[in-house]
Design a protein around this ligand. Sequence first.
Ligand SMILES: Cc1ncc(COP(=O)(O)O)c(C=O)c1O
Length: 392
Amino acid sequence: MTATYLDHAATTLVRDEVLAAYGEDLRRLGNPSSVHGPGREARRVLEESRESIAADLGAHPTEVIFTAGGTEADNLAVVGTFHAAVAGTATRRAVAISTVEHPAVLDAAHWLGSAQGAEVTELGVDEQGVLDLDALTAYLAVAGERTAVVALMWANNETGAVQPIPQVAAACAAAGVPVHSDAVQAVGHLPVDFAASGLTTLALSGHKLGAPVGTGALLARRDAALQPVLHGGGQERGIRSGTLDAAGARALAIAVRIAVAEQAAEHARLTTLRDRLQAGVLAAVPDAVVRSAGADRLPGHLLMTFPGTDADAVLFGLDAAGIAASSGSACTAGVTQPSHVLLAMGADQRTARSAVRFTLGWTSTDADVDHALATLPAVLERARAAGRVGAR
Ligand SMILES: Cc1ncc(COP(=O)(O)O)c(C=O)c1O
């Protein structure tokens, strides 16, 4: 039994309020597309949830497209916008993303490149992991007119670095280019106002907020041109077919409502906890390096590299002591590969392999930080010793 969970960016605990409503809704009969009473009741739940999410995130209800999570929302935005652009004007075949995107955007864009004839450009980041705005400006000057979509995440899942979304949205608007943001890690942790953001589309995911895995949404401006990725019954304005998930929609709406209501207080609380963890580790392990320390970071994120160690050995030692952390993106965890995010920030392969991510969330407490601080030095010492033996 894991006593201390420091992997909230991978997924977080479903909230009690969500669980209660979800359990109730799962026992409710009725397809929201059916015209009979139970169907209309399910439709009411769905539409009220849509309104609630829209109100909490600065969107109009018609701008909320329910999806089965963040990956689907990102794919719909990147692939759907590209296909709409190509259908509208065959000259817009370019796609620009940052080098630090989550695979849900990175791989979707590269699939467009390999299978759909897109011209894909990766825009670099600085050593803090923040987009190089000059690179974007230069890119738009040359390729803006042939660009279908630009995608930049709101905050990075590994480092927590917050990206310059207002500047990017303004630059893309001036160039007449749609802009997508993967805000899966940002919603609930930072203020997110879709209308004010200037974005064309924005992805969010329920399981990062205390709703079940498989819930999520794409916010898409009413004038956003999007072609569907899933074809079928024509639900969600024909953009996202598939039987509507009223229970999941309400679960997502409740999780968003709580996370947004508590966002400011949680930001302060988690920053204090994270900073104590960071300072404590640095005091005990002076050669540890905090990544993106100079950037504006998500409050619960702490990515550190530990020279002379392999993240797998550290995570194994922590796990044995009842502490769950991660080596970076959970989506690639389990496969020992250096983080593409750290490599993009200029780290070498060895350093990138030594990265451990601690992420705090709504259930995190002082006791979690104490446990990690009491455990980590010895775990690192053993991991270093194992590294020395392995190097012989
Ligand atoms: C930044 C980011 N984007 C997208 C995703 C994928 O979301 P989901 O797990 O809901 O498909 C994740 C999940 O790890 C993420 O952190």
